[in-house]
Design a protein around this ligand. Structure first.
Ligand code: FAD
Ligand code: FO1
Length: 467
């Protein structure tokens, strides 16, 4: 057996600050990267073209980074439990390393791959990389159980020491000609374009793919926006948030790097106000970890509401209303603007995610799982744990014990888009309508091209009572 280690990338598409990859490199310069295009994921009906385009863009940069480090990133296209052991055997690898994930599919997939590798006498080494504190590290102090409420989780999480970023991959040994031949016989392919996987996305992405762009975005955000985050993050017309969510989903940036940059920003703050703003952002990073821990410990959340009483909730589930919601044609300007933003750029502002989710469940009385799936079909950052957590929170059926939340679309608009700038940006047919009409949602009959904007499909005052 050679000293070659195969490093299997999945949602850690970077060479810097990567726990498993750095551990492999400490063992040997003969680290070979691999990514497996997985039909079990790519042929599901909840994959967004924007997300696959982002993923492929990240892989392009990752391949370049491996070459610059002197090594290779191989691409396979098959079920991982077949493709990974086959490649490892053909390359005569001593071990396969990867970073663990919280998703139910990931757990089952990894177990199958591990079993196949072990049968062939190839070692498996796994690490936690995508979280500052992996599952099991943040448990209740009273009885060592996973938290089901955010605030005590946050208090525990923030009090724990965070790891430093890990060194960037350098000094790899290239594959020999013999190994290159073995890799091609084991199914190595050239990285396909998204359209060759059946995904078409012509529009701009909310974040340029790859680790360079993610690092640049992080620095821009920490230099210019993090110290005012708490005041600006709820205004959808302003780019007051980091826009890093797709990078977090695919691990285009290491979470320890993100944390270090946020801590440096915290130390630079000149007032308690600024420090509070930075901590509000750090709290969002904690929400991300809270939902990942929840999914890890309660995998059934992927299919079921946390609260039993919602299992048989009598949803109306009107197909017609659902189509109007998806298309941004409900007659509620803030809801429609948000859905058009989602459809056009594969991203939606967090405040608007909450507004449209409340509207779907509490005004249209449609099962939150329909909305959850539609988001996954569109979002560039679509992530099972964050999306499922966000939808269950919005439908009031999740972990959070707070009372029923019903958002009034007009009140939300007056508070968070008072000049209707966001509405005008995404609803061109309403651009010349007076602000007062847009923020109250009471739009008088329109003329000409604008007349295509629909009347409200339901009455918020009546609908919210039936929830
Ligand atoms: P920032 O405000 O800059 O926050 C920093 C990072 O923290 C984000 O990049 C993200 O990784 C994380 N984060 C922020 N808010 C949350 C949150 N509430 N829950 C978990 N993580 C959070 N986020 C996703 O990443 N993928 C999803 O599929 C997703 N679906 C959602 C569905 C609904 C109904 C709701 C209400 C929220 C959803 N969110 C999801 C959370 C949140 O809306 C996005 O993470 C955020 O809008 C991304 O923008 P940003 O990177 O500028 O965030
Ligand atoms: N991971 C892979 O290993 N192979 C893929 O082909 C792949 C596609 C993909 C598409 C959309 C998406 O949201 C994620 C995707 N991922 C892919 C990453 C995926 O999140 C992780 O593999 C998880 O561990 C799966 O549970």
């Amino acid at each position: 057996m050679s000293d070659l280690i195969l490093f299997w990338h999945r949602r850690d598409l970077r060479v810097s600050d990567n726990v498993g990859l750095a551990a492999a490199r400490r063992q040997t310069p003969k680290v070979v990267g691999v990514f497996c295009l997985d039909p079990q994921i790519l042929e599901k009906d909840d994959v967004a073209p924007a997300r696959v385009t982002y993923l492929i863009g990240c892989l392009e940069e990752l391949q370049r980074r491996y070459l610059e480090a002197g090594g290779n990133l191989l691409i396979l296209r098959d079920e991982p439990h077949r493709a990974i052991p086959r490649l490892a055997t053909d390359l005569n690898a001593q071990a396969v390393y990867w970073n663990s994930d919280v998703e139910p599919y990931a757990k089952a997939r990894d177990q199958a791959v591990e079993q196949a590798l072990k049968t062939q006498g190839i070692a498996v080494v796994t690490h936690w990389d995508q979280l500052l504190h992996g599952p099991g590290k943040i448990l209740t102090k009273s009885n060592n159980e996973p938290y089901t409420v955010f605030t005590p989780f946050w208090k525990n999480w923030i009090s724990q020491k965070k790891a430093q970023p890990l060194p960037t991959l350098v000094g790899l040994q290239n594959l020999s000609d013999e190994e290159k031949l073995a890799a091609s016989q084991a199914g190595e392919i050239v990285l396909p374009a998204p359209k060759n996987l059946g995904y078409f996305w012509e529009n701009k992405l909310p974040l340029t793919p790859g680790e360079t762009a993610a690092q640049e975005r992080l620095i821009q955000f920490s230099d210019a926006k993090i110290s005012t985050y708490g005041e600006q993050r709820d205004l959808p017309a302003i780019a007051g948030t980091s826009g890093l969510s797709a990078a977090h989903k695919f691990g285009a940036i290491g979470i320890r790097t993100v944390w270090q940059v946020s801590q440096e920003a915290y130390e630079r703050c000149r007032s308690d106000e600024e420090r509070k703003n930075v901590q509000t952002w750090q709290q969002e990073l904690c929400w991300r970890e809270f939902y990942q821990h929840a999914l890890y410990f309660f995998p059934w959340l992927a299919e079921n509401p946390y609260r039993e009483e919602f299992k048989n909730f009598p949803w109306d589930d009107s197909e017609e209303y659902f189509q109007a919601w998806c298309a941004g044609k409900t007659g509620y300007p803030i809801v429609d603007a948000a859905m058009r933003q989602l459809n056009e750029i594969g991203w939606m502002h967090n405040r608007c995610r909450m507004i449209v989710a409340s509207f779907l469940t509490k005004d249209l009385l449609i099962n939150w799982q329909w909305g959850e799936k539609y988001f996954m079909q569109k979002l560039c950052d679509g992530d099972l744990s964050a999306n499922n957590g966000g939808w269950q929170w919005s439908a009031s059926c999740g972990l959070d014990p707070k009372p029923l939340r019903i958002f009034n679309p007009a009140a939300q608009t007056q508070k968070f888009d008072p000049e209707a700038d966001y509405i005008r940006e995404w609803l061109p047919e309403l651009r010349s309508v007076d602000t007062e009409y847009l923020v109250t949602g009471k739009i008088p009959p329109l003329e000409g091209e604008r007349c295509h904007y629909p009347q409200p499909i339901v009455d918020h005052k009546i609908q919210q009572k039936s929830f």
